[in-house]
Design a protein around this ligand. Structure first.
Ligand code: PEP
Ligand code: MG
Length: 543
């Protein structure tokens, strides 16, 4: 038995036979040519075919892994059109008088090495994308296709690294898991694997590839990042038991789908999910969340090179609302600044960004940005049960300004004859001690509170949430934070508002009973936590 260690991308156990991923020949012969124009034309034809294939893969990925993850294939299409990349291919053909395949392969080596040598982990990961598009171009020239054949048996795919298009082209029904010698958790491949729910381990090292052969029995433990090749009987038995436990746990949780979130003595709580983009809706539905308690809308801005337009935002919000068919969707208005920086906002560097110009402070200072988002939100409100909430509130006047802006937008839409839901619920995040302390004054102004425990803890304990050194000083169950939540719950209810929690603490099962005793009406967690939380709620007796 040989054991290799890497990083588990998706936590579960797979046992099966190895299949070493066969890529098309990496060595491309250099041939001297007489007609450079003909070679350039071959590159252009191959590009057209590659774009056709990538468009089809993009469509497949859209269905399987959602819009955000499928985006990489649109980027590949754009990369194929990159001026520097194409100039390099052309100049190698013309200046060296060599064949198109060779020119693409040299360009691929040069560009991928350039990316690999960059300091930024994200840019390093792009080296695989350049190799991927180049291999596709070469395959299109030599064989007319870049898609690889596949075996019928369910296997554990072993590779040096898998390019995004290779990952998404794998037939999910035939892949038990995949293991790669290289790769980073920041790469699109790892992100896609997570979203495709394929157990995967990355970065096990190159020794693994030298020793693995087709048909070798393997165990992949995504919990620990261990890969066992030719396991001994004891390991096989231990991991088979672990796999059975995983399956049992998941099955048990599946049985909770469609069940109520109600304690043994009848207290009910709503369990919603947090998302950062439209691509996560599948996971929200698969985990049977009752709604979306926090859509971090800033991800729309983070994924874009410029301010998303009203129309772009409207399309995204409407899609979420329509997908949730009548279930509550709470969209938080733009919350950038602090750790979430966006170049095109041109924000000045600050001494204390967490205490700086962020979230609602930016929106109230730059009303054109705020208004665009509110118009998109209210237009989308006609397509489902929308709630809008404002982040980083500290005062009554901020809430009043937000409400005034909402009224202006509604008036404009009405004048333009555009439909919207007049009863759209409006809420605020309770994520500053100030908001919690004056929650009696804030509650009468809104329909709901949502407690952002990540920031509320940071500001109450004066511990920068980005600073890893402070970990030992952050007591996530600190009485001060819990008292502020309790006070907010009391003030919400006394003033006819409801209250939820959407910070990470909502998923802390050791606090579920405390929160329910405070009268919290809704808990919003990452999609995979919905069913474990439901299980916890159903096990509690409050009276
Ligand atoms: C929070 O602060 O708890 C919260 C949910 O918002 P974010 O983590 O996006 O700041
Ligand atoms: Mg926050």
């Amino acid at each position: 038995m040989t054991v290799y260690n890497g990083k588990g991308v998706y936590s579960s156990v797979a046992i099966g036979k190895a299949s070493v991923f066969k890529r098309r020949s990496a060595s491309v012969p250099m041939l001297k040519i007489d007609d450079p124009a003909k070679e350039i034309e071959r590159v252009e034809n191959a590009k057209a075919l590659a774009v056709e294939q990538l468009t089809a893969i993009h469509g497949k990925a859209l269905k399987e892994v959602g819009e955000t993850n499928a985006e990489i294939f649109e980027i590949h299409i754009m990369m194929l059109d990159d001026e520097d990349y194409n100039d390099s291919i052309r100049s190698i053909i013309e200046n060296q008088g060599v064949n198109a395949e060779y020119a693409v392969s040299v360009t691929s080596d040069n560009f991928s090495e350039m990316f690999a040598s960059m300091d930024d982990a994200y840019m390093q990961a792009r080296a695989a994308d350049v190799r991927d598009i180049s291999n596709r171009l070469i395959a299109c020239m030599t064989e007319g296709s870049a898609e690889s054949g596949s075996s019928d048996e369910k296997v554990i795919v072993c590779a040096d690294d898998l390019a995004p298009s290779e990952t998404v082209s794998l037939d999910k029904d035939k892949v038990l898991a995949f293991v790669t010698a290289y790769g980073s958790s920041n790469s699109h491949t790892a992100i896609l694997a997570r979203n495709m729910n394929i157990p995967a381990i990355i970065g096990v090292g190159e020794e693994f590839l030298k020793n693995i052969s087709d048909g070798d029995l393997m165990i992949v433990d995504g919990h620990t990042g261990e890969v066992f090749v030719s396991p001994d009987d004891e390991t096989l038995k231990r991991l088979e038991e672990k796999q059975a436990e995983d399956i049992k746990k998941k099955q048990l949780l599946q049985e909770l789908k469609g069940k109520e979130n109600v304690t043994l003595d009848g207290t009910e709580v709503k369990i919603y999910a947090n998302i950062g983009g439209v691509g996560s809706i599948g996971s929200v539905l698969a985990n049977d969340a009752g709604g979306i308690g926090l859509f971090r809308s800033e991800f729309l801005y983070l994924e874009s090179d410029n301010y998303p337009t009203e129309e772009q935002q409207f399309i995204a919000y409407r899609k979420v609302l329509e997908s949730m068919v009548g279930k509550k969707v709470i969209i938080r208005t733009l919350d950038i600044g602090a750790d979430k920086q966006i170049d095109y906002f041109d924000l000045e560097k600050e001494e204390n960004p967490a205490l700086g110009f962020r979230a609602i402070r930016i929106c109230l200072t730059r009303p054109e940005i705020f208004k665009t988002q509110l118009r998109a939100l209210f237009r989308a409100s006609a397509f489902g049960d929308l709630g809008i909430m404002f982040p980083m509130i500290t005062s009554v006047s901020e809430v009043e300004s937000c409400l005034k802006m909402c009224d202006e937008v509604k008036k404009e839409l009405a004048e333009d004859g555009i439909n919207f839901n007049e009863d759209t619920e409006i809420g605020i995040m309770i994520e500053t001690p100030a908001a919690a302390v004056i929650s009696d004054k804030l509650a009468p102004l809104v329909d709901f509170f949502s407690v952002g425990t990540n920031d509320l803890t940071q500001y109450t304990l004066a511990c920068d949430r980005q600073n890893a050194k402070l970990e030992s000083f952050v007591d996530t169950h600190h009485e001060a934070v819990l008292r502020l939540i309790e006070l907010s719950a009391k003030n919400a209810h006394e003033n006819g508002a409801w209250i939820g929690i959407c910070g990470e603490l909502a998923a802390d099962l050791t606090l579920t009973e405390t929160f329910l005793r405070m009268g919290i009406d809704e808990l919003s967690v990452s999609p995979p936590y919905v069913l474990p939380l439901r299980e916890k709620v159903r096990s509690l007796r409050l009276k």
